[in-house]
Design a protein around this ligand. Structure first.
Ligand code: NAP
Length: 297
């Protein structure tokens, strides 16, 4: 741990529970790397205390917080301003105290796009199949549409949720070309030959007996397959995709880059990406021997 001096700037993360969060490791590593007199702490905020916690940001002059499950929507009620992405996504994962105003951002989608760029892949003009319609899928869907993909196919176990998300995107991002595909039956197989990028934004893969409905045998070298689950890092989907000759991107990149974007908003400095990746890989390897844990940043 780096030295915390008098007048240190305070940052942190609000979640509940928060014990497994990797964000303190990421941000404290970055503060130490830049020689900044700052500290980042995990705050376990029970749902009934969210309002008090958000108001405490201003009262305690906390410079910035990340927000994770289950508070990403709830915090919005007490913020003064939202970034366009946070407004569209309907959730906030980063708050900055700026000129005594609380400004909310969502860096999840940007983090995902940067993880693809880091792997040498652009999304503009591509056709994407997105699995999931939960909070993470919504962030990714918004950012993918804003980034100018050619077409988005959405699929989800509960199809009505995918249809609601598609309707919302069509209404709010008029140029977006979106279709909903059934997760059941032969639909996914029929679409895969026209897909460039497959993204798993469901929680399937976190638990040993999870079953991914994607027809693995239809994946091939034309596909870039991404999994945002990062515990375990080499999910069954990524293993199967590699076996089929597809290129893959794991979920660690999104975790790191959403944190990097938050750090840039707060400090105008960049994350030392290789150092953070090494630290997180070490921490994840250590924790994997201790059994499954929630994917919680
Ligand atoms: P969420 O809001 O609870 O959504 C969960 C999604 O997974 C829903 O689409 C749900 O479908 C689907 N799902 C759950 N169990 C399923 C099953 N057995 N079969 C098929 N679909 C299933 O969760 P979230 O916040 O979006 O997070 C999703 C995953 O992304 C988590 O593993 C999370 O850790 C990970 N994540 C990673 C990062 C990162 O930085 N890498 C960031 C955020 C999230 P239904 O609608 O049918 O329930």
């Amino acid at each position: 741990m780096h030295a915390i001096l008098q007048h240190a700037e305070l940052y942190g993360i609000f979640g509940y529970p928060i014990g497994h969060s990797l964000s303190p490791l990421m941000h404290n590593t970055a503060f130490a790397h830049h020689g900044l007199n700052a500290v980042y702490l995990p705050f376990a905020v029970p749902p009934a205390q969210v309002e008090i916690a958000v108001k405490a940001i201003r009262a305690l002059h906390i410079r910035g917080v990340n927000v994770t499950i289950p508070h990403k929507q709830a915090v919005m009620a007490w913020l003064d301003e939202l970034s366009p992405e946070a407004r569209l996504i309907g959730a906030v994962n980063t708050v900055q105290l700026r000129d005594d105003r609380l400004v909310g951002y969502n860096t999840d989608g940007i983090g995902f796009l940067r993880s693809l760029e880091e792997a040498g892949s652009e999304v503009a003009g591509r056709t994407v199949l997105l699995l999931g319609a939960g909070g993470a899928a919504r962030a990714l869907a918004v950012q993918l549409c804003l980034a100018g993909i050619q077409r988005l196919y959405l699929t989800n176990r509960t199809q009505t949720r995918a249809e609601e998300l598609a309707a919302f995107l069509k209404e709010n991002i008029p140029h977006a070309d979106i279709s909903v595909v059934s997760m059941k039956g032969p639909s996914l197989s029929a679409h895969l030959p026209h897909i460039d990028i497959v993204v798993n934004a469901t929680s399937v893969g976190m638990h040993p007996h999870d079953r991914m409905v994607l027809p693995f045998a239809d994946l091939g070298p034309r596909h870039l397959v991404c999994d945002i689950v990062y515990r375990p890092l080499h999910t069954p989907l990524l293993q199967a995709a590699q076996h089929q000759g597809a290129r893959t991107v794991d979920g660690l990149g999104m975790l790191i880059h959403q944190g990097a974007k938050a750090f840039e908003i707060w400090t105008q400095r960049s994350f030392p990406i290789p150092l953070i990746r090494a630290k997180l890989s070490g921490a994840l390897a250590e924790r994997s021997t201790a059994g499954p844990a929630p994917n919680q940043r």
